[in-house]
Design a protein around this ligand. Structure first.
Ligand SMILES: Cc1ncc(COP(=O)(O)O)c(C=O)c1O
Length: 429
């Protein structure tokens, strides 16, 4: 063959990415726990992984498709970026939209909720004297953003930080808090409301809070970082103004895959943080092209949802994780004398739980104490969960995913007892 002559490359004609489907063989009846872990995930067999909530982990079948897409892209980068990529992303956008009860035209992909929230807060047409509402339970980086935005970027905008203290024994308690703060601060224009708080893991009564915001002319921005894949979502019914969720947490996508949904009426003022050739074009085009980026995690969202459905979908997954989370809680309370977070059972997240740790000598209940204890407990070890400081107490936060089983928690119990034993020994030296 004459190598200098252009040829038609099959994958160019075929649009390979659209043709790559998830092979679901063997997924329908796979057993959760060790079987799915060994067959479908790349987790190190020696690692006890109780922290899916922070970064998730990606099924190996998804990584196989990711590799194929990577190869397709590297075989003809220009064709990928100029011709195929948008089609692949759009198809994936439609699949995500169907899954969360939204219209795909109102969805754009962003790499994470931090991008989504920064985008909306920095775009919103705040007037001097307006206020932005977050809470003491907002995710730490978002709280920092609110503080920075209202002190450095827009010092003429006030930050109102709602305090929600434990015990949280009913949704009425939360709603009353919001009612009071909105009445007290009629200048609040935007409320950032977590769908599932992190690390405290409360499923907030978002539908009622959206309605409350609207009756006070406040834009309701729902931070649903932990929502997709963990709790049922129907974005159109919810009626929020803006919604973000991370597909890379509970829906198995590779990191760097989140969505930003917006009510059409807000399209005129939302601007991506990074502009490119499509400046001034539709939001769909502008968000798609923000310089040369890796769209493959976005393309893969639909395959991840196929995986999610093929292993049983939300009802089967949540039934398993809820039972396991409760069994684990009983075990940890009995063996380690941990105490549950005082939270109404109806407001608990299915896959994320918190338990108060007993005092550990040498680790005070301060941010520094939590960081030191987390480092001592988990850094460089084969067991991993996270710690959180909540109202001056240190809590263990564990996650349950389909690959966990009760043996993971038994391992944790043995590990933690051993740790306490060694740390009391070292204090006695
Ligand atoms: C409630 C909440 N919001 C926002 C974020 C930020 O997500 P990311 O760091 O992926 O942007 C997280 C991360 O865990 C979160 O839990």
């Amino acid at each position: 063959m004459d190598q200098s002559k252009p040829t038609n490359i099959d994958s160019r004609k075929r649009e390979g990415g659209l043709a790559y489907e998830l092979n679901t063989d063997g997924l329908r009846n796979i057993k959760f726990g060790k079987e799915i872990r060994d067959k479908e995930f790349l987790l190190d067999p020696d690692v006890t992984f109780l922290n899916h909530g922070s970064y998730g982990t990606v099924p190996s079948r998804i990584i196989d498709i990711q590799n194929k897409l990577n190869i397709e892209r590297e075989r003809h980068p220009d064709h990928w970026y100029r011709v195929n990529c948008k089609k692949y992303v759009d198809r994936s956008r439609r699949a995500v939209a169907d899954f969360i009860g939204a219209d795909s035209d109102n969805i754009v992909y962003v790499s994470n909720p931090s991008v989504a929230i920064n985008t909306v807060i920095r775009s919103y047409p705040f007037q001097p004297g307006d206020a932005l509402l977050d809470t003491n339970l907002s995710y730490g980086t978002i709280a920092k953003l609110c503080k920075d935005f209202t002190s450095r970027i827009r010092p003429d905008v006030e930050r109102v930080n709602l305090q929600i203290d434990f015990p949280v024994l009913s949704e009425d308690y939360i709603i009353q808090k919001y009612e009071d703060i909105l009445r007290k601060h009629p200048n609040i224009k935007v409320a950032i409301i977590d769908h599932i708080t992190s690390p405290s893991a409360i499923v907030m009564p978002v539908k009622k809070l959206v309605d409350l915001c609207h009756s006070n002319n406040v834009l309701a921005f729902i931070d649903g970082a932990h929502a997709i894949g963990q709790i049922p979502l129907n974005i159109n019914d919810l009626g929020a103004d803006v919604y973000t969720t991370s597909v890379h947490k509970w829906a198995f996508a590779p990191r760097g895959c989140a969505i930003l949904w917006y009510d059409r009426k807000h399209a005129s003022w939302i601007n991506p943080l990074t502009t490119s050739w499509n400046i001034g074009d539709s939001l769909d085009q502008q968000f798609f092209e923000q310089g040369t980026v890796d769209h493959i995690p976005y393309v893969l969202a639909r395959h991840c949802l196929d995986f999610y459905q093929a292993i049983g979908g939300m009802s089967k997954i949540i039934q398993y994780t809820t039972l396991l989370a409760e069994e684990a809680r009983d075990l940890l309370i009995k063996e380690l004398r941990l105490e549950p977070l005082p939270l109404a059972p109806t407001l608990e997240s299915p896959n994320l739980k918190l338990l108060k740790l007993p005092a550990v000598s040498g680790y005070p209940c301060t941010e520094a104490g939590v960081a030191a204890l987390e480092k001592a407990l988990f850094e460089g070890t084969s067991v991993f969960a996270v710690l959180a400081l909540i109202q001056n107490h240190i809590y263990l936060r564990y996650s349950v995913q389909v690959y966990n089983d009760i043996d993971d928690f038994k391992t944790f119990v043995t590990y933690f007892k051993d740790f306490l034993h060694k740390s009391s020994d070292s204090l006695n030296v």
